[in-house]
Design a protein around this ligand. Structure first.
Ligand SMILES: *Cc1c(COP(=O)(O)O)cnc(C)c1O
Length: 338
């Protein structure tokens, strides 16, 4: 059933009428032959926005990150990564399975960053006992939290000092750019590659773009083919992403405002703890699992869907209006005000 107010994820958006029209009218060709004009112009557009040589359209963020890892690391090499980051925890071990690439997981700090001293201490010396440390992977935003420009620069400097490449899982990088009030290329200027999801808050049905140097993207194109991600008339998907860039980037700030209003309402309630709120995400903690289940049921009866039990994640996106936000706040207050 279609929930009226779906706070589970920013992946639950529906393509708008305008987006569907743009898709229907898109000129297309066989993209495996490089013949799809809509894909070609989108890749050029996104590469320019990211300040990189080239970009490649992939079906999902998971495949985009996998292809990035495979392009950066050979068999027996290692990537250093946050142990709660998507590229370690939520991609089914793909880099290990398909690439024989060893992860070096690192605890993620409360602000979503990796402690760079800890990262440095875990980079392996060139010694036959060890896998070869090759790549550092960051995630921005992580659980909605923004990694700032200074941190990105410091991480990049560390990677360079140790001969590592730097990949950014920027699934929600436009949320970070919106929050920081900067252009995309300012945040990703120091990374070697960045993967951007358009099927999250930007509201396209499918698609991620991986950006990097010409040489990197040429390697990624071969890995994408191997992973089964070479698509034919992919312009219908590229058109949706192009539309999202025209219409859905500037509006991200209203998602952030809606999330902030929910967080502020939670702060006024004794029975609920606000764990974090940045960009479009709110994490809350309830007394116990039972309370979570009962509150989830209470929300469901009001047409509101949310993920979790004791800990709950509430995500604002383009399917959540200001009035929807009012309804969520009213439900929180009704349930938790003694
Ligand atoms: C959603 C997400 C991805 C990619 O997920 P797909 O569902 O495969 O597109 C990658 N990294 C992060 C942080 C994400 O939230």
């Amino acid at each position: 059933m279609f929930a009226m107010i779906d706070l589970r994820s920013d992946t639950t958006t529906q393509p708008s009428e305008g987006m569907r029209r743009r898709m229907a009218g898109a000129p297309v060709g066989d993209d495996v032959f490089g013949d799809d004009p809509t894909v070609n112009s989108l890749q050029e557009r996104v590469a320019n926005l990211a300040g990189k040589d080239a970009a490649l359209l992939l079906p999902s963020g998971t495949q985009s990150n996998l292809v990035a890892l495979l392009s950066h690391c050979q068999r027996g090499e290692e990537y250093l990564v946050g142990q709660d980051y998507h590229t370690y925890l939520y991609e089914a071990g793909g880099a290990a399975v398909f690439g024989s690439i060893q992860p070096q997981p690192i605890p993620v700090s409360a602000d979503g960053t990796l402690d760079l001293e800890l990262v440095q201490s875990l980079i392996k010396p060139d010694d036959p006992h060890f896998a070869l440390s090759k790549l550092l992977v960051l995630e921005n935003t992580h659980n909605g939290k923004v990694l700032g420009l200074d941190y990105m620069a410091q991480a990049s400097a560390l990677a360079q000092r140790h001969g590592l490449s730097l990949h950014l899982d920027g699934a929600r990088i436009f949320n970070a750019a919106t929050e920081l009030g900067v252009e995309l290329k300012e945040i990703v200027g120091d990374v070697d590659s960045v993967s951007i999801c358009f099927s999250k808050g930007l509201g396209a049905p499918v698609g991620s773009l991986l950006c990097g140097s010409d040489e990197f993207i040429a390697a990624a194109k071969r890995w994408r083919k191997m992973a089964g991600g070479g698509l034919r008339q992919a312009g219908v998907l590229a058109a949706a992403i192009d539309y999202a860039l025209d219409h859905h980037v500037d509006r991200l700030k209203s998602d952030h405002a809606n999330a902030k209003r929910i967080a502020e309402a939670v702060s006024g309630l004794d029975a609920v703890t606000l764990l974090s709120n940045q960009t479009n995400m709110v994490f809350i903690e309830l007394a116990d699992e039972d309370t979570g289940a009962q509150f989830g049921q209470f929300l469901a009866e009001r047409g509101i869907k949310a993920l979790g039990g004791k800990r709950m994640r509430l995500v604002a996106h383009l399917g959540i209006s200001e009035q929807d936000t009012d309804a969520v706040i009213a439900s929180l207050q009704e349930y938790f005000t003694p």
